[in-house]
Ligand binder design. Structure first.
Ligand code: ZN
Length: 134
C-alpha cells in the first residue's frame, strides 16, 4: 500500500499556492478543473515520485466539499492510499464491519478505480482507496 495523495480543502487556490508552492517550496505539477465534481485541483508532487499533495477548491456551492468546509473550515480533507486490488481491500474492510461510502469501487475518467471509507470507521479520517489502471 502506498500513499497516493493528501487532499487539503481550500477556499482560494491561489492563496493556498502562495503557501504550499511559494513559501514551502513544493513544485506545482498542474491545475485541473473537474467540472463533474465542481472542483479545481492543484497537484503538488512530492520527491518520492509517487505521492502528492492536492489542494482542492470547490467551484460550485452544491459540492460535498463545500458542505464539509462549512462544517470543518479549510484543512486536511482526506488521505488516499493506493492498493493493488481495491475489491479485495473493500471486501476485507466489509468483513471487519467497516462503514464504506462506496461499497463498490467507482471509476474516474483516467481509469483509476476509487472508493471512500467513512471517517466513522477510520478514527475521524476520510480515507480514499485508489487502484491505478495497469
Ligand atoms: Zn483524493
Amino acid at each position: 500500500m502506498k500513499l497516493d495523495h493528501l487532499a487539503i480543502a481550500v477556499a482560494d487556490l491561489d492563496a493556498a499556492l502562495a503557501f504550499y508552492r511559494d513559501a514551502l517550496g513544493l513544485e506545482l505539477g498542474g491545475i485541473e478543473e473537474v467540472e463533474r465534481e465542481g472542483v479545481r485541483v492543484a497537484f503538488l508532487p512530492l520527491d518520492d515520485g509517487q505521492s502528492r499533495i492536492e489542494l482542492v477548491q470547490p467551484t460550485r456551492d452544491d459540492t460535498g466539499i463545500v458542505k464539509w468546509m462549512t462544517k470543518h473550515g479549510p484543512g486536511m480533507h482526506h488521505v488516499c492510499l493506493a492498493v493493488v486490488d481495491i475489491e479485495a481491500t473493500l471486501a476485507r474492510l466489509a468483513a471487519h464491519g467497516c462503514e464504506l461510502i462506496h461499497p463498490q469501487p467507482m471509476t474516474r475518467e483516467d481509469g483509476t478505480r476509487y472508493a471512500f471509507i467513512h471517517p466513522r470507521s477510520a478514527f475521524g479520517v476520510l480515507v480514499e482507496l485508489y487502484e491505478k489502471p495497469v
